[in-house]
Design a binder for this molecule. Structure first.
Ligand SMILES: [Fe+2]
Length: 285
């Protein structure tokens, strides 16, 4: 299940030329803009954006859906080892195999990036073998301030009974561990591997003699949208009168005294918390 535009806002946005655009799209666009200097040299693309967009500039694509579209778990399998080295590259210049980079972002349920998230990767070598004696093709890293990560490795080889895949454990600081696997598009065995899940497909493109994979994780981490975030989608229609005793969510719209307001953070409305009284909860507009 990959919803390209799951909940487009009803509010036209000036950055989209009047075209409805989702909050996640805006958040992602902001991340792209802020991360541009980092990405320019490596040609790193945001996960799954390239899937159907050809080679042109890529439109931001929502990757998470306010909590109901978190990255699904998968079995750990028999080859995990704890205490992997902390490193973003699993190869040296002489490592056999097709070079592969995997990059992307780790988001929470409100689609905000999670800095400092742990990602622990392990995989087979180019011949389909796991190193159980030492730590070849095993490594953990932490997402940067923008929630981004990048792994340098080789394309894992095939081994009996499975399609091509990477293993990974992802954990927000203090959060639960997500154990899952990432898959490669266009693999014949994707059709016969019972574990294969299309939600876990990376976007992969050929670059030179190697491949670039991208994937964004969405962890089951509650997040409160910031006051500067675009409104939660879908927003309620304007015109509902503010009422004490109502639970409002960020992005909800009400009128009070003939003036329109937008909710900045979720709360239960109480007497004395009328929108004009509490700028922390309501802004005009
Ligand atoms: Fe495996």
């Amino acid at each position: 299940m990959d919803n390209p535009t799951p909940h487009a806002s009803n509010e036209p946005d000036e950055t989209s030329g009047g075209r409805p655009i989702s909050r996640k799209g805006l958040l992602k666009a902001a991340i792209v803009a802020s991360a541009a200097p980092l990405l320019a040299g490596g040609g790193v693309a945001l996960a799954r954006d390239a899937a159907s967009a050809g080679n042109g500039p890529l439109a931001p694509t929502p990757q998470c859906d306010d909590g109901d579209d978190t990255t699904p778990p998968q079995m750990e399998g028999p080859y995990f080892k704890p205490n992997s080295p902390r490193r973003t590259s699993l190869v040296t210049p002489g490592t056999p195999g097709v070079p592969l980079t995997v990059s992307g972002y780790v988001f929470g349920r409100a689609c905000r990036p999670i800095p400092g998230a742990l990602l622990d990767f392990w995989q087979a070598d180019t011949n389909g073998s796991y190193d159980m004696a030492r730590y070849a093709f095993r490594g953990h890293q932490f997402t940067g301030p923008d929630g981004g990560f990048s792994l340098t490795t080789v394309v894992p080889g095939l081994y009996p009974g499975r399609t091509r895949h990477l293993h990974v454990k992802a954990q927000a600081p203090g959060g639960r561990i997500l154990t899952t696997q990432l898959y490669f598009p266009g693999e014949p065995r994707n059709n016969t591997d019972a574990l294969f899940d299309p939600e876990l497909l990376m976007t992969v493109r050929n670059v030179g003699n190697g491949r670039q994979g991208t994937f964004d994780f969405v962890l089951d981490v509650a997040q409160t949208p910031g006051p500067t975030d675009p409104p939660t989608d879908p927003p309620t229609e304007p015109g509902t009168s503010w009422e004490s005793g109502t639970s409002y969510r960020a992005g909800d719209r009400v009128t009070y005294g003939g003036v329109a307001y937008r909710c900045l953070q979720a709360h239960l409305a109480m007497p004395g918390w009328e929108p004009p009284q509490v700028p922390a909860l309501w802004e005009r507009g």
